[in-house]
Design a protein around this ligand. Structure first.
Ligand code: SF4
Length: 377
């Protein structure tokens, strides 16, 4: 089965916290972009089993004009027509990341008829002051309008992205934002704690003392409050940052977390064949030139050693509600017993998984594991 990721690098502006590989453009070179991505796709020696999921991420894929998006999706889906299963497009999960301001009756009709059946909507907050601070280009009202427009056009599988742990001075009411999000009845919610990435506007504001991140305890309070609130509403946190209603987990992202191979095309896209990971040239212009000159778009690759693969499987497993077999962690010895006693991790039916309090400390837990591995080797 193939899990295909397509990176669409264009945004109309850069959000204050974002360090993704994007190209800020007023007018996006959509036709040239689609030509380049399809040329990469045709030239690459990709293993093509039946298509299971296709994810258009970015950047802002919802900026692609109707004609270009349709050409991109039709060409990619056509490449899989000869494979045996699944042959009905609706059995393939096709996700498009969208910003609320791009969701209109016309754009949704295009997405739907091109095969899109899942939308990941960059909501982030329902507070207009906060959205302005984030440099988002939508206001709060636009999020509700977008969800209603999607639903009216038959797209029910809607995920909302929200960012928590914002600076104190914004006085963001996290509970109110969760209420607003849940009132829209999404099938899926992704939560991201604000982090400071180098060379972002937020990084500069912090360097000159104009703002600062909140204390760790507020990060923890908001994360755990989201767990309680979403659980009460029928959601299950199936991954450290992702919660869904039953039957609505992201199948594409679940493939990443379970260590399955995936193929990425477009600038900065990553691929994994089960043994090696490779990634494309990040910058749009350099990527475009490589394609035009018939050169490889791959910037670099790493072949994972057996040890790396095993540790990565543990790390990814601990991110999910499935966890990992207890035998994978037994080298933690007394530390493991201690973590269970604190209620940070749970041991059930021969498997270990993180409680929400453990997910809060996932990086520390994994560091402990790596240290134990060093000692053991
Ligand atoms: S829309 Fe998304 S990718 Fe674009 S700048 Fe904002 S956060 Fe980054």
């Amino acid at each position: 089965m193939t899990h295909l990721y397509v990176h669409v690098p264009f945004c109309v502006r850069r959000c204050s916290y974002c360090d993704f590989s994007i190209a800020v453009r007023k007018h996006i070179p959509a036709s040239e972009y689609v030509d380049a991505v399809l040329a990469e796709w045709r030239s690459a020696d990709q293993a093509r089993g039946a298509l299971a999921t296709l994810y258009l991420g970015g950047g802002t894929p919802s900026l692609l004009p109707a004609h270009d998006l349709t050409r991109l999706l039709t060409s990619l889906l056509d490449a899989f027509r000869s494979t045996p299963l699944p042959d009905a497009v609706d059995s393939v999960e096709i996700t498009l990341e969208a910003n609320p301001e791009d969701v209109t009756d016309a754009s949704v009709r295009t997405w739907r008829s091109a095969g899109v059946n899942r939308i990941s909507l960059g909501a982030q907050s329902f507070d207009d002051r906060v959205l302005k601070w984030m440099h988002r280009s939508h206001d709060a009202a636009r999020i509700g309008d977008a969800v209603r427009t999607l639903r009216a056009a038959g797209i029910e599988n809607i995920s909302l992205d929200l960012i928590f742990a914002l600076p104190d001075e914004l006085q963001r009411d996290w509970g109110r934002d969760l209420d607003h999000a849940l009132a829209l009845r999404p099938t899926h919610v992704s939560l991201y704690g604000l982090t400071v990435e180098e060379r972002t506007p937020l990084d500069r504001w912090i360097s000159r003392g104009a703002t600062k991140l909140p204390a760790d305890d507020r990060y923890a309070e908001e994360y755990l409050a989201a767990h309680r609130r979403l659980k009460a509403d029928g959601f299950e946190f199936y991954e450290v940052s992702n919660a869904s209603r039953p039957g609505f987990r992201s199948r594409h992202n679940s493939a990443y977390w379970s260590g399955r191979p995936y193929v990425g095309i477009g600038p900065a896209a990553h691929s994994f064949d089960g043994l090696a990971r490779r990634w494309n040239i990040r910058a749009w212009e350099a990527y475009r030139r490589a394609v035009a000159e018939g050169r490889s778009t791959v910037e670099s690759e790493e072949v994972l050693t057996e040890d790396q693969r095993r540790l990565e499987a543990i790390y990814l497993g601990l991110r999910t509600i499935e966890g990992v077999p207890v035998t994978d962690l037994d080298r933690l010895g007394p530390s493991l017993t201690d973590l269970v006693a604190r209620g940070w991790i749970l041991e059930e039916s021969g498997r270990i998984r993180c409680a929400p309090e453990g997910w809060l400390r996932l990086d520390a837990l994994v560091a402990k594991l790596f240290a134990a591995k060093e000692l053991a080797s």
